[in-house]
Design a protein around this ligand. Structure first.
Ligand SMILES: [Zn+2]
Length: 143
């Protein structure tokens, strides 16, 4: 899933990789700007970008007046904040489409280590997606 293209070409957001950003990801609605931490591995950055895209789509009804959104430790699990959880669910749906994951499972592939590179996500994100779709009995590391 070309998440950078979705953010930039479809949604007209500007995406910048910022080394040393103090958070995993940041959305500045008034500037249509997404910053992702350049220190994180590329599969994590992809999930972070999808997560910030989710905030834009789901939570920015009036971007001009919306405050910046700061996101820490963005991955498949999710925290207590309902908007953070919604953004993680949206990001997982976007990067690991249910039909494609179920298709892989039907072909006998439910190994998160093998599937993670197929979807260009982290093993932890893949593991949670398989678990949440009922394709794996248990998740090893929780949120
Ligand atoms: Zn967030």
């Amino acid at each position: 899933v070309p998440v950078a293209s979705i953010a930039e070409d479809l949604l007209a957001l500007r995406v910048r990789v910022a080394p040393g950003l103090p958070v995993s990801g940041m959305l500045v609605p008034a500037e249509r700007l997404v910053l992702v931490d350049g220190a994180e591995p590329s599969d994590r950055r992809r999930f972070t970008l999808a997560h910030e895209v989710a905030h834009w789509v789901l939570h920015c009804a009036s971007p001009a007046s919306a405050p910046p959104v700061l996101c820490r430790q963005v991955h498949a699990g999710g925290g207590r904040d309902v908007r953070e959880r919604e953004a993680n669910v949206f990001a997982a749906d976007l990067l690991m489409p249910e039909d494609a994951v179920r298709g892989a499972a039907a072909a006998g592939n439910t190994d998160p280590l093998a599937l993670a590179p197929v979807f260009a996500v982290s093993e932890a994100a893949m593991r949670w997606r398989l678990y949440n779709l009922g394709l794996m009995p248990a998740a090893r590391d929780g949120p």
